[in-house]
Design a binder for this molecule. Structure first.
Ligand code: PLP
Length: 438
């Protein structure tokens, strides 16, 4: 193949491995994007985890900052590769007040280009090539590349459920399961080096209870395994007190931030990831954060992460935004309201057509079971259904590739990439499609 000429072995692999399998279809959907007047039968993409719910507020805030304030001179120079001190201080206060509920030392933070940069850097510094990262499955498909391409770390899918009913109130990861997984990995000649939990989870929207986090952290520390909790959706939680949601959660578990447990334990084996891509919906700003009490990890990322640094201009506008506590309070109130409404729109539509949907705690997703509509229970069957839905309705869902789910036919719907009216229309189109299929 000519495109492989002159490339390294890693280069050849990278040039023939797509970051996402659905990019062509996604760009096709964007070119034919729905518009109420100009393109009423156009496409409605619900495949990429973007959050457009509160960009109107944030845009206004950034415009105010850049119009009213002088740009400080330091933004034009090099800075700390892991984030300038004032930026890390602003993030430490934000974490402390809005996510963790405990003090955060800015020196325990390192900031890089999105969660993607942070995941890659953490895996690179904590694990050796050939080591294994265990991730409860199903999970974020791109972890595979973030862990694998540069750090050379393998992903192990630890199955937590087959049917949705199996995770009605919590994702079950018993210590016996972890022990068994460790033995299996070691028998294959690798090492169980990292355990990665995502809370709220992508794609299930589930969270881990304080008791679960404690027992898993104790086990990891005893086994000298690094436990990392990715709270990239930490402030994208649904209002479970909403009268139309309450009865689906008879015994809800409260959200407990891993940052709080880390503060108590001060262990060099516990780490936390965050990003501004989801809760704030600014994926294009590329801001991710590692929080760890392992000073070697923070210093190592500062030394080795130069290529992942965030532009100083971005750090400046974001630190100014974060310094306005009242703005943040209002922003997250609106975000919770709009996010809960979006989840309800999808839940009502799915309930009406009798499609099982996970009673999630948060995230930007609905995790739904379309298995009844598969022609065959296979990956091909899933891909056929995914494409058929897109061709007949214009609604583009996330393809099932790479989530590592054992049952065929479960799909992730991104509930925050469309306006409320567009989301309603997408649900009407899906309902029509499924009614015709029955
Ligand atoms: C669990 C998880 N981690 C990381 C990322 C990547 O985030 P970023 O855009 O900040 O690199 C995503 C994006 O969908 C995600 O869902």
């Amino acid at each position: 193949m000519t495109e492989h000429l002159f490339l390294s072995e890693k280069g050849k692999k990278a040039s023939s491995t797509l970051a996402r399998v659905d990019l062509d279809v996604y760009f096709e959907a964007l070119e034919n994007r729905y518009h109420p007047v100009d393109n009423p039968s156009g496409a409605l993409p619900m495949s990429v985890a973007e959050n457009q719910l509160c960009w109107d507020n944030l845009k206004q805030k950034f415009q105010q900052i850049t119009r009213k304030q002088d740009i400080p001179d330091w933004v034009a120079s090099y800075g700390d590769a892991a984030g300038v001190a004032s930026f890390r201080e602003a993030i430490a206060s934000f974490f402390s007040e809005f996510l963790f509920g405990c003090p955060v030392n800015p020196e325990s933070l390192a900031c890089f280009g999105g969660a993607t940069g942070v995941i890659e850097m953490t895996a690179f510094l904590l694990a050796n090539p050939g080591d294994t990262a265990v991730i409860p499955a199903p999970s974020y498909p791109v972890y595979t590349g973030d862990l694998g391409v540069i750090p050379g770390v393998k992903r192990y899918d630890l199955h937590t459920h087959h049917e949705l009913e199996e995770i009605q109130n919590e994702i079950s990861i018993s210590l016996e399961k972890l022990e068994k997984t460790k033995n299996e990995i070691e028998a294959q000649g690798s090492r169980f080096k990292l355990l990665i939990l995502t809370s709220p989870d992508n794609p299930t929207g589930m969270i881990y209870s304080e008791a679960q986090l404690r027992s898993i952290a104790d086990w990891c520390i005893a086994e000298e395994i690094h436990l990392i909790v990715n709270e990239i959706y930490g402030l994208s939680r649904f209002n479970l007190d909403h009268p139309q949601l309450r009865e689906s959660y008879p015994d809800p578990i409260p959200f407990y931030s891993f940052g709080k447990l880390m503060h108590e334990y001060q262990s060099p084996l516990l780490h936390h990831w965050y990003s501004f891509s989801k809760d704030f919906g600014i994926s294009g700003f590329r801001i991710g954060v590692i929080h760890s009490h392992n000073s070697g990890l923070i210093q190592g990322s500062r030394n080795a992460g130069l290529s992942h640094s965030i532009s100083n201009y971005t750090q400046w506008v974001v630190q100014e935004m974060l310094s306005d506590h009242d703005f943040l309070e209002e922003f997250f109130q609106k975000h919770t309201h709009r996010l809960t409404e979006a989840f309800l729109t999808v839940k009502k539509a799915m309930d009406e057509v009798g499609t099982p949907i996970q009673p999630a705690y948060g995230s930007l997703f609905a995790w739904v079971d379309f298995s009844a509509f598969l022609k065959e229970e296979s990956h091909e069957g899933e891909t056929d259904l995914w494409l058929e839905i897109f061709e007949k309705t214009g609604v583009l869902l996330t393809p099932t590739d790479g989530f590592g789910h054992s049952k065929k036919g479960l799909f992730r719907l991104v509930i925050t990439s469309l306006s409320p009216n567009e989301l309603k229309l997408a649900m009407e189109r899906l309902q029509e499609f499924f009614k015709n299929k029955k």
